[in-house]
Design a protein around this ligand. Sequence first.
Ligand SMILES: O=C(O)COP(=O)(O)O
Ligand SMILES: [Mg+2]
Length: 224
Amino acid sequence: MVPPLALDIDGTLTTRSDQIDPRVFEVLPAWEAPIVVATGKSFPYPVALCHFLGIPEQVVAENGGVVCADGQVSFQGDRDRAEQAIEAFRDRGGDLGWDAADTTNRWRESELAAHIDADEELLRAVAEEFGLEVIDTGYAYHLKTPGVEKGDGLAAVADILGLDAGSFVAIGDSENDVSLFGAAGDSYAVGNADKRAKAAAETVIDGEYFDGTLGVLESLQAEA
Ligand SMILES: O=C(O)COP(=O)(O)O
Ligand SMILES: [Mg+2]
């Protein structure tokens, strides 16, 4: 029997050019165990991914700020505080770096994210003043409530599903996956992962992006 999976999106299910690898649409719908999509992206993105994959909406979004399983949704984190901090960031000349539509933050419930080219030093200074933290996923800086983590989100989803988080295999690529690796029973960092993810993972693989992830999924299937 294949194990349940906890899968990051960016850097893990994507290609080098940030698209969902089309092979995701073959492999994940056929996976014969639960899948939790655990991401830093806002809630609609993983929900849409599950929807179009035709798999249950089992989702950890916003680095643990939003958790959804079995038709229930819960929220963690202090978005108001993140908004106040961003106001201070802007007052000091900071720019989140998004266009007017800001589809990165438009539906965020618990945290806010800045473009990877935004002023990191200023963002970190403001975060500290407001008792928040900055997580660098390699795709964005997330200004978030300390203690809200993907790993706790996985534990919450597992609980709802009546599973042990330790039965999950997690695959990810960045520092926002460290807690996920801690909560899961086994963990893999893809070859493009950052230092923190690589240090935290049980196994670091050579394959990059979804090539790497697919290699892990195939070996899990071969062992099952
Ligand atoms: O939202 C991000 O910055 C990264 O998203 P991810 O957690 O799916 O890699
Ligand atoms: Mg990622």
